[in-house]
Design a protein around this ligand. Structure first.
Ligand code: ARG
Length: 440
């Protein structure tokens, strides 16, 4: 009996000790677990944020936010978001902050809360090296200008009278457009353009005139974010302890200029915008959206027509008795169905002019035509498969019957009908009997 109680007590003690241990480790790990902030980034804006050849995220902003995290006691989880999607993501609260070489502007300060300024930059005009006519904003009147969508460069370009402004999702694409000779100039943040020139990623391009603006970058967070004091505190720490200077030196090879505590004239809103203000944004954008819808409609109908023509020919080529023709058609179809449409559009619009120009021939592509070519080529590949499958769905016996009736291949294609449509409405038994009917 005593033996029995001893074992029971022992068990109870061991059990409670393990429970205590578990509770202790959980609370300890919670205490030591660092806060983690989700930070949006658009990694195609070197040297601020970009990916290395091995796909690693790097850049001035990336080093900076990591250093701020270290100083303020949080870790960073990066999330890739397109630049013009960063502010909506912050407003929706899907991310806690963003690093994106984002200029602190009065309009943005009404939608998000910015940290203290962390970088001094400015806009600059980039032109082709051989272009001597453009020196200032005034020279850009009536010219074609490429910009990144949603940036201060795009805002500046919009104000130039009669300018034909073309927007791109990424700044590098706008610069590539200039390199290909499709536009006269690019308005972009000077440090990025200069970095691209310095690293040799852009040839035949130079910066012209003085910087157009003086801008300061800040780290945006959702309005009244509780993380903002933490970020500001970390930023101040690294500005004072030399870490900031080290990061600056690493990416720009010079000493950083002094930074202000805040930017005069920019009021940081603390109230979220009301829903009526939000409606006016949609209302103002309506004409642009409608114009865009018209372009989409035109693109879709022209390329559907051309794709149908090309696809029918390709479909027939897929069944040709000439093996080389079959193989070419097959390679075409596999290529266009096996690669993303966006990649094909990029290859056609940016790749082909760059390739032809590298042969020393002047060549530019109109945007609309390039889109029609890409969409038609892509559509043709899909339609080819529909045509091929349609033809192959006709039994071999029927083609043989057509041939024995003396029909040539064109007549065979014309008069041989798929039995399913011909048999519609017939009783089941008769349907099978009439299978293989040729209607002439
Ligand atoms: N500084 C400019 C702006 O705020 C351009 C920033 C572009 N940044 C980027 N990650 N693409 O509008």
């Amino acid at each position: 009996m005593t033996q029995f109680y001893k074992v029971k007590w022992l068990r109870l003690i061991i059990l409670s000790l393990s429970c205590l241990l578990l509770v202790l480790t959980v609370s300890l790990s919670q205490a030591t677990e660092q806060k983690q902030l989700k930070v949006a980034v658009e990694p195609v804006f070197a040297p601020f944020e970009f990916k290395s050849a091995t796909g690693e995220l790097q850049g001035f902003d990336v080093d900076l936010i990591r250093a701020i995290g270290e100083a303020a006691g949080f870790t960073v989880e990066f999330q890739t978001i397109a630049f013009d999607g960063i502010i909506p993501a912050l407003q929706a609260g899907t991310v806690d902050a963003a690093v994106g070489a984002m200029t602190i502007t009065p309009e943005r300060a009404r939608a998000v809360s910015f940290s203290r300024p962390y970088f001094k930059a400015g806009l600059a005009i980039a032109v082709q090296t051989k272009n001597q006519n453009i020196r200032s904003l005034d020279d850009l009147q009536g010219k074609k200008i490429a910009v990144q969508i949603g940036t201060t460069g795009a805002e500046t370009a919009k104000k130039i009278p009669n300018a034909d402004v073309r927007t791109f999702n990424e700044a590098v694409l706008a610069l590539q457009e200039l390199r290909n000779g499709n536009v006269d100039a690019v308005i972009n943040d000077a440090p990025t353009t200069l970095y691209a020139l310095r690293t040799g990623n852009l040839s035949g391009i130079r910066i012209t005139g003085d910087f157009l603006t003086e801008e300061y970058y800040g780290i945006p967070t959702p309005l009244n974010s509780q993380n903002l004091p933490l970020i500001n505190q970390g930023l101040t720490t690294i500005l004072n302890d030399g870490t900031y200077q080290k990061i600056y030196q690493k990416w720009f090879n010079t000493q950083p200029p002094p930074l202000p505590q805040s930017i005069p004239g920019i009021e940081q809103t603390t109230q979220p915008a009301n829903s009526l203000q939000f409606l006016s944004v949609i209302f103002n954008a309506l004409p642009v959206l409608l114009a865009g819808a018209l372009v989409t409609l035109a693109l879709a109908s022209i390329s559907a027509f051309l794709g149908l023509l090309g696809g029918s020919l390709l479909g027939i080529a897929r069944l040709s008795s000439l093996s080389w023709l079959r193989w070419i058609a097959r390679a075409y179809v596999d290529f266009f169905r096996g690669t993303p449409l966006l990649v094909q559009i990029f290859m056609i619009y940016f790749g082909i002019p760059a390739l032809i120009q590298s042969l020393g021939i002047q060549f530019t592509f109109d945007r609309f035509i390039a889109a029609v070519v890409a969409l038609s080529c892509n559509g043709a590949a899909y339609i080819a498969e529909i045509v091929r499958a349609g033809i192959q769905s006709i039994e071999l016996g029927q083609s043989e019957a057509a041939r024995s009736l003396g029909l040539n291949p064109v007549q065979t294609m014309r008069y041989l009908r798929s039995c399913t449509s011909f048999n519609k409405g017939l009783p089941k038994k008769e349907k099978s009997e009439r299978k293989g009917v040729i209607k002439i």
